[in-house]
Design a protein around this ligand. Structure first.
Ligand SMILES: Cc1ncc(COP(=O)(O)O)c(C=O)c1O
Length: 457
């Protein structure tokens, strides 16, 4: 089916039309907010699903979100990743309340930065020191700068299909017309200077050993090789061999290796993917979960590299800043969340893996038995649904022409009271009980059957 045929089936589809009608009728307040806000807001940060209008959330609790019309949904958004413990966990709420009573922003540091950095260091064998900022974007920006300063080299290597935030050096992707094994970088969106992609970045193929040849060829210009140990476009945990070799090649070439654990840190395991794979990168970035649900980013690494942040011991100094970096409210929330996760890690991480694996096994089994061309890919509690019959080895294998079917699926899922984020990477949390996960599995099955009813799959 081509795009025009898919759109026609959606237009004519009994289930497609019924779910739109139901959603529009029950989200009148959201529709009003969307309409009234149009004049002043340039760009909604992220839209959830392809409704005639976005829906707006009023409150969150455990595994649920409630919109401003009072509809409750099972939340698979996870705040885009931070909520490993679910929405509004009591330990974090208490820490926030106690900090709010004392004041929430001082400029001059509270003791929180020292305490949270100590917890991160304790969790991570490869981290001697940590520096805080306000987002994952800032964390990767500072980490690239530190790597360039430390190594005296300019080029940063990223993998095809990765995401590292929205600063200029992260807005570089593989040109889809270029060779899959030797992808060439191109900038994403306008406004990023061409020189970034042309001169300062190297693009590597994901899960393809040609990457090692490219690192060897470019070792004299390469400051750092950066990898998301789980790509959000393609979540999986079967990269042990590739990562072992990547570590060896970076060491052999004298090139720093950085794990971007903004999503995976304190989610895949307490010690992130470094612990899961038993690999020690030189630099690590964090965000999301380390702030307990408040805005945060952090860079961690070996002391001689982290010395660039202060210029200590004669290290080349890099400039950093940030009015709100390390603010007491975020530090307090992060501390409360990490302390809880640390105390309960023997229960939390096996549970998250078990539920994520169960969800994907049950959904995939259903798709197989019903002959539905779709696959749920997961790395523990992170997952993505992909339509199509291709074997997925990297994000290049995802059939983007089927994105319309995927969006339609999420619309039906919303009609069955389960909400998946606009970015389509979804999450389970510690607050998603087995019974809640059962409901998610049922909602997936019902949504597939809705698509089938309308002839879309
Ligand atoms: C791996 C990775 N790095 C960096 C970022 C950017 O983080 P933030 O959205 O906090 O700027 C993200 C965001 O999803 C991410 O997944």
């Amino acid at each position: 089916m081509n795009k025009v045929e898919i759109n026609e089936k959606i237009k004519q589809g009994e289930k497609s039309q019924a779910v739109r009608k139901k959603l529009v009728e029950r989200t009148r307040e959201s529709e009003k907010v969307a309409r009234d806000g149009k004049m002043s807001l340039a760009q909604e940060v992220v839209q959830t699903v392809d409704l005639p209008h976005p829906i707006y959330i009023d409150s969150a609790e455990g595994p649920y979100l409630t919109d401003i019309d009072g509809n409750q949904y099972i939340d698979l958004t996870g705040g885009f990743g931070p909520h490993v413990l679910g929405n509004k966990p009591e330990v974090v709420e208490r820490a926030l309340q106690s900090q709010i009573e004392k004041g929430w922003h001082f400029g001059i540091p509270s003791a929180g930065q020292k305490q949270l950095s100590a917890l991160i260091k304790e969790a991570d064998a490869c981290v001697d020191q940590v520096a805080f900022c306000n987002s994952g974007t800032e964390a990767t920006m500072y980490a690239f700068r530190a790597a360039r300063a430390f190594s005296g080299k300019q080029v940063v290597a990223l993998f095809d299909g990765s995401y590292h935030g929205v600063h200029d050096y992260a807005l570089v992707k593989a040109d889809m017309k270029s060779d899959r094994s030797r992808p060439s970088p191109t900038t994403l969106g306008t406004g990023v200077p061409n020189v970034v992609a042309d001169d300062l970045m190297l693009m590597l193929p994901y899960r393809d050993e040609t990457a090692f040849d490219l690192i060897r060829e470019h070792k004299d210009e390469l400051a750092v090789v950066v990898i998301e140990p789980v790509q959000s476009s393609n979540p999986r945990l079967d990269n042990q061999d590739f990562f072992n070799k990547l570590r060896e090649v970076c060491t052999e070439c004298g090139v720093l290796l950085m794990f971007d654990e903004v999503i995976t840190g304190f989610r895949i395991a307490y010690g992130g993917c470094k612990e899961y794979y038993g690999i020690e990168p030189d630099l690590v970035t964090y965000g999301k979960a380390v702030g307990g649900g408040l805005p945060i980013g952090a860079v961690g690494g070996r002391k001689n590299i982290m010395d660039t942040f202060s210029g200590a011991d004669g290290a080349p100094f890099i400039f950093t800043g940030g009015t709100f970096s390390g603010n007491p409210l975020t530090m307090g929330a992060g501390l409360a969340a990490l302390e809880y996760m640390n105390e309960n890690k023997e229960d939390i991480y096996p549970y998250l893996k078990k539920q994520g694996d169960r969800l994907s096994q049950d959904v995939n089994q259903f798709c197989k038995s019903e002959n539905i061309p779709a696959k749920l890919m997961n790395a523990a509690s992170m997952f993505v649904l992909g339509f199509g019959s291709n074997e997925i080895n990297s994000s290049r294998d995802i059939d983007s022409s089927l994105r319309i079917v995927e969006r339609e699926f999420y619309l039906h899922l919303l009609g069955h009271d389960v909400i998946v984020p606009g970015i389509h990477l979804a999450f389970l949390s510690w607050a998603h009980t087995e019974a809640v996960v059962d409901k998610v599995i049922d909602a997936f099955q019902l949504s597939f059957m809705d698509l089938r009813h309308d002839g879309l799959i």
